[in-house]
Design a protein around this ligand. Structure first.
Ligand SMILES: [Zn+2]
Length: 398
């Protein structure tokens, strides 16, 4: 079954050079777009892209009526397995109370008290919100259970909904280990890891003052790697620190936040394969200074944008909102921001099949009620998503 989507006003492909088999092998290239374009989906994959006038025939034909078609957003950083909410904490913060990592503990208490059914329902609700806003691939972290059983059920629930599951037992030290953080790190590297590794692809640590230091982070990443997991890291969110250096040293796929960076941190990222994942919704919701995206881009660091959807520091599931913040507040161009939210996210998840619409890529795409990708930042807060396709099938429609 093949589908031709024709009359596309702007087709964002992020494909490398001329679209061909090469694109599928090497993953996304830079931002690329065609006007007056068409694409063909065959067997869930992109089979052809080009000018409307040259489009081949297909079994089914969809008229895009001049709209944008772009790759589905790839959200490489989200915390979706939790119970409860922290709206009061947000209101207090806006009234002047500073953010600290400790707020996570209130979500831990609610998560431990919730049933599997409640956690699963909340997870599916948030995944549905994401899909309706054009996110077709997302990562999901544990980290609100912080006991062997609660972390294990968190990652098990997450695997039902995404292959990009991250074990984040090292989110914060839970209250019962307050006086024995080393004992908690041993648990995270030992029995908890053993219970979670079969359901996880990634291992992550919140490396920050008030959470885990560099040596603890190194120990967790090394144990995770020995169990077959690939590293990624929360780094340099609340202040300068060793996080980025630990991430690069460990060969992490991504260092996430990168709000406070030294010149050495930027140099280390630029010389590595580690993606700098920026989470501007967090700075918006915690009223902190935004990361310096221009400094990273000018140093040729690969930059991704993700939502960090979580109940504490940033409760948005809207990648379009994050794109608008990246453009308005972090001085990224609209092209850079769209690339970072699609192909950049794919790089941060080491995925070559998503984040672009090159030949052979997954037919995960979004149609926007807009003539240009720039509308995602130009019309902030407006629901522009007309339809969302996953693996060549219409998955959501306005
Ligand atoms: Zn996070």
């Amino acid at each position: 079954m093949s589908t031709l989507i024709t009359n596309i006003g702007e087709l964002v492909t992020n494909a490398l050079g001329p679209v061909g088999a090469e694109a599928a092998r090497t993953g996304p290239g830079g931002f690329t777009a065609l006007s007056d374009a068409a694409l063909v989906i065959d067997d869930g994959r992109i089979a052809w892209t080009g000018q409307t006038g040259h489009a081949p025939a297909a079994d089914e034909r969809v008229d895009a009526a001049g709209r944008v078609v772009m790759p589905g957003f790839v959200d490489s950083h989200a915390h979706l397995i939790f119970a409860g909410e922290r709206g009061d904490e947000f209101a207090a913060r806006m009234a002047g109370v500073p953010y600290s990592a400790g707020g996570i503990r209130s979500t831990v208490a609610a998560t431990r008290a919730a049933s599997d059914a409640e956690l699963g329902a909340n997870l599916r609700r948030l995944a549905g919100e994401m899909l309706a806003q054009g996110i077709t691939t997302f990562e999901c972290k544990s980290g609100y259970g912080l006991s062997v059983a609660d972390e294990a059920r968190s990652v098990a629930l997450a695997t039902e909904i995404t292959p990009e599951v991250t074990y984040l037992g090292a989110h914060v030290v839970p209250p019962e280990f307050e006086s024995d953080p080393a004992g908690y790190v041993d648990l995270v590297c030992g029995p908890m890891l053993k219970a979670c590794a079969p359901h996880s692809r990634w291992v992550d640590v919140f490396c920050e003052r008030g959470a885990f230091d560099a040596d603890q982070a190194r120990a967790v990443l090394a144990a995770g790697r020995a169990a077959g997991l690939e590293p990624r890291l929360h780094a340099n969110q609340l202040g300068h620190g060793p996080g980025v250096q630990v991430a690069v040293e460990a060969g992490a796929a991504s260092a996430d936040h990168c709000t406070y960076l030294s010149d050495a941190d930027v140099d280390a990222l630029a010389a590595s394969e580690t993606v700098a994942t920026l989470l501007p919704g967090v700075e918006f919701s915690t009223r902190q200074p935004y990361p310096d995206a221009r400094r990273l881009l000018d140093a040729r660091v690969t930059v991704a944008i993700a939502t960090d959807c979580n109940p504490g520091s940033c409760f948005t599931s809207s990648m379009a909102f994050c794109v608008a913040l990246a453009v308005r507040e972090m001085r990224m161009t609209t092209r850079e921001a769209i690339w970072a939210a699609t192909a950049g996210g794919a790089r941060a998840l080491r995925r070559e099949d998503v984040g672009h619409l090159g030949l052979g890529a997954a037919a995960d795409l979004v149609m926007l009620n807009a003539p240009s990708h720039a509308y995602l930042a130009y019309r902030p807060g407006v629901p522009l998503v007309a339809s969302v396709w996953r693996a060549g099938h219409l998955a959501w429609q306005a």
